[in-house]
Design a binder for this molecule. Structure first.
Ligand code: GTP
Ligand code: MG
Length: 461
């Protein structure tokens, strides 16, 4: 347990019904008791009960604010240390004043995420679970929330730890083979077991890795790029999806130069929509950069809305771009239906000329077709082309990176086994894999990295 007692305002800054000052550490009770005047006599507060009274300034005995205070005894607390939470009025002044008194009574101001960091250091949660806390706070959709909660409850940690345990067992066999080279049968058995054990661990690592893109989509939203030639109505489409006039729309081709990014929530899934510059050959310096950015957005997208002007012909540029995105989920948005006589006929014609993506006719000018487009997006996402829900998912780039290194080390290990390498050389790769997996749950992770993870938290968490 850490020696210093820490304190911070745990509620967001600004005005609110309630504000909370949280104190954690061995001096939490003493500090809380020195500042709190119970409304009736209490000799020793019971743990995890709320007491009504006043926070007073011990210097002059004057009341600072009315408060409800909870004294919570270790180890059944957020940090596993003694915790005191002072619920006062949620204003800037009462909170600042009470925090000041708490600090004067001997607490140190907590750094961002330090309460959760202590929960981690004191062994209540592992690193992946700690990361889930911040994901819950930042979740923007119900599904992201559910996924983060599952991670907090240890679903991912459990799977990772099981693989790591199996590798640790193999490592101990291998080390026995190194220590007693004269027992050849021990070695033979160990090598056989090693091969099947590694193969199984590799398969499980790969399965988890495959969930990584899904996890990112759940957390950050489906990256949706609006792509097309100039003047087809891309910015009009962004505005329609957002329900506000976010992007500039004009009749001049080449209006949008930069990429514009906005988020919406569609059927519980977050979509990050990117409006881009119309793709064409151009001599204009700024537009040229815009076109490059559009192409990049296209490459990074999880889903593409390709907009066509139905009153114009499909040209080479369209064909080229669409050919380059064949393997990604894409919807063809046939815009400006108001300008054409027979949409069905045109759709048929486009279907013959273009890759077989779903086609939605729209008139953004007249506000036609938005609902159908939204339904098409949702069904594409849930049909499994974009998003497949999984029980445990990898949601952060950090976890993905660690799993990649694990799988790489295990592959090298299998190759080394096949080549008949000595046990001590095999042990090196196995160590690498065990270490990489341990980074996810925090068993083996550099102190500065955990610091960095927790400093991304908010103060008071
Ligand atoms: N007739 C008709 N015109 C439309 C429709 N949708 C958009 N427009 C017009 O087409 C022009 C271009 O619209 P934008 O949304 O700016 O097109 P864009 O693809 O973003 O264009 P760039 O940013 O230049 O690439 C504007 O004059 C719009 O009013 C539609 O459904 N029917
Ligand atoms: Mg535009």
């Amino acid at each position: 347990m850490s020696e210093e007692t820490i304190a911070a305002v745990a509620t967001p800054p600004g005005e609110g019904g309630i504000g909370i000052v949280r104190i954690s550490g061995s001096a939490a009770y003493a500090i809380g008791l020195s500042l709190f005047r119970f409304s009736r006599q209490v000799l020793k507060p019971k743990s995890h009960r709320l007491y009504y009274g006043h926070v007073v300034n011990p210097a002059d005995g004057r009341a600072v604010d009315e408060a409800l205070v909870a004294f919570m005894q270790a180890p059944h607390t957020y940090t596993r240390e003694d915790v005191v939470e002072i619920n006062c009025h949620g204003g800037i002044m009462p909170l600042a004043k009470i925090l000041e008194l708490v600090l004067a009574a001997g607490a140190r101001l907590a750094q961002p995420g330090e309460f959760t960091q202590r929960a981690f250091l004191n062994g209540r949660i592992d690193l992946a679970q700690a990361e889930a806390v911040i994901q819950i706070i930042r979740a923007k959709t119900e599904q992201a929330m559910e996924l983060s909660l599952a991670q907090l409850q240890g679903r991912l940690s459990k799977q990772v730890r099981a693989v790591r345990q199996s590798l640790l067992r193999l490592l101990s066999h291998l080390e026995a083979a190194i220590d007693f080279p004269e027992h050849h049968d021990v070695e033979d058995l160990a090598l056989q077991e090693l091969r099947s054990g590694i193969t199984a661990a590799l398969a499980e690592t790969e399965t988890l890795l495959q969930t990584a893109d899904q996890g990112r989509i759940m957390r950050e939203g489906v990256r949706t790029a609006i792509i097309g030639r100039p003047n087809v109505g891309k910015s009009s489409l962004l505005n329609a999806l957002l329900g506000e006039q976010r992007a500039i729309v004009t009749a001049v081709p080449g209006t949008t130069r930069d990429v514009l990014e906005e988020s919406i929530n569609l059927g519980g899934v977050a979509l990050t929509i990117v409006d881009t510059a119309g793709i064409r050959e151009t001599a204009d310096e700024a537009e040229k950069i815009g076109v490059e950015r559009a192409k990049k957005a296209l490459r990074n997208a999880d889903l593409i809305l390709y907009v066509l002007d139905l009153s114009a012909e499909v040209d080479m540029e369209d064909r080229e771009i669409l050919a380059s995105i064949q393997e990604k989920p894409c919807i063809l948005v046939g815009n400006k239906t108001d300008l054409v006589a027979d949409v069905q006929e045109l759709a048929g014609k486009f279907a013959g000329e273009l890759p077989p993506f779903p086609f939605v006719g729209m008139s953004l000018l007249e506000g036609q077709g938005l609902e159908l487009l939204e339904q098409t997006i949702i069904s594409l996402i849930f049909q499994g082309s974009v998003y497949v829900p999984q029980s445990a998912m990898v949601t952060t780039a950090r976890h993905k990176d660690a799993l990649k290194r694990t799988s790489q080390a295990l592959e090298e290990l299998l190759a080394a086994l096949a080549a008949g390498y000595a046990p001590d050389l095999l042990a090196i790769d196995l160590h690498t894999a065990v270490e990489a997996l341990g980074e996810i749950t925090g068993e083996s992770v550099a102190a500065d990295l955990t610091e960095e993870i927790f400093r991304n938290f908010c103060v008071g968490k």
